[in-house]
Design a protein around this ligand. Structure first.
Ligand SMILES: NC(=O)c1ccc[n+]([C@@H]2O[C@H](COP(=O)([O-])OP(=O)(O)OC[C@H]3O[C@@H](n4cnc5c(N)ncnc54)[C@H](O)[C@@H]3O)[C@@H](O)[C@H]2O)c1
Length: 257
């Protein structure tokens, strides 16, 4: 007989870039899954909406302001979270920015900013959180990659960061596996958020047209939602996913990836 898995224990999760978009949906989903959630974003006041959504529906959340690319800010944030919510053993590296441009127009500032938030940010957050995961002998890290990791015009910096996160994911899976820590990545396709809204603005197309045009190319015939990505992250974090590590799950409405 196959045993029904035990429900997941309550843990402390940190979701970066969780003031809005995919990060907010992941935070809400992890709270619904029974975890305490640290809603981390650049400015603590911006996290109020996500924190309130969780707390008013019976969950436990605190807002934390930190720039994930700043080592001192990351260490202070993770210490504060451990003190207020208990050892953070779940980490979702979601914070991200775009600075799109064709290579010949891409500045060093645009390159450094994107690599700094996505790659350095995931590195610093993971390094701070793994202390707690190793001590607890349990942990989950989910990194947000993207279909852009496969190459996307105007996104040399972003594609490099998102492909880099895949190598980072696989390496941490190898290093941390012995401590019962799994490390996986979700690679979304086109998701309706402020990030894709900004892209539409930059190229001068109304967002609704941009979404319709993009959805026409997606096999399931629609754009993705933040909740679609939250569901994928939730799977990796479940107790019963403990034998799945070092994987990249493309959530893109089709086989792209
Ligand atoms: N929207 C998409 O179509 C899509 C597709 C693939 C991957 N992704 C990835 O998913 C993640 C979330 O994307 P989104 O669409 O929700 O973006 P978004 O722009 O709506 O939200 C990103 C959040 O990250 C925060 N943030 C930015 N820099 C930060 C920093 N240095 N420290 C802390 N927080 C910071 C922002 O303040 C914002 O709240 C990103 O990593 C993005 O690259 C998005």
């Amino acid at each position: 007989m196959t045993e029904v898995p035990a429900p997941s224990a309550q843990r402390t999760a940190v979701v970066t870039g969780a003031a809005r978009g995919i990060g907010a949906a992941v935070a809400v989903r992890l709270a619904a899954d029974g975890h305490r959630v640290a809603v981390l974003d650049l400015h603590e006041e911006d996290t109020a909406g996500t924190v309130e959504a969780i707390n008013t529906s019976g969950g436990t959340a605190v807002g934390v302001g930190a720039d994930v690319s700043d080592a001192a800010a990351v260490d202070a944030a993770v210490s504060r979270i451990a003190g207020e919510l208990g050892a953070p053993t779940i980490l979702v590296n979601n914070a991200g920015i775009l600075r799109d441009n064709l290579l010949f127009k891409m500045t060093e500032t645009d390159w450094d900013a994107v690599l700094g938030v996505h790659l350095r940010g995931a590195f610093l957050m993971s390094r701070a959180v793994q202390v707690h995961q190793v001590r607890e002998k349990w942990g989950r890290i989910v990194n947000l990659s993207s279909t852009s990791a496969l190459g996307n015009r105007g996104q040399a910096n972003y594609a490099a960061a998102k492909a880099g996160l895949q190598g980072f994911t696989k390496t941490l899976a190898i290093e941390l596996g012995r401590y019962n820590v799994t490390v996986n990545a979700v690679a979304p396709g086109f998701i309706e958020t402020d990030m894709t809204r900004a892209t539409a603005e930059r190229i001068g197309v109304p967002f609704e047209d941009f979404v319709r045009h993009t959805a026409a190319e997606i096999p399931v015939g629609r754009a993705g939602t933040p909740a679609d990505i939250a569901a994928a992250a939730s799977f990796f974090i479940r107790e019963e996913a403990s034998f799945v590590s070092g994987q990249v799950l493309y959530a893109a409405g089709g086989p792209k990836g």
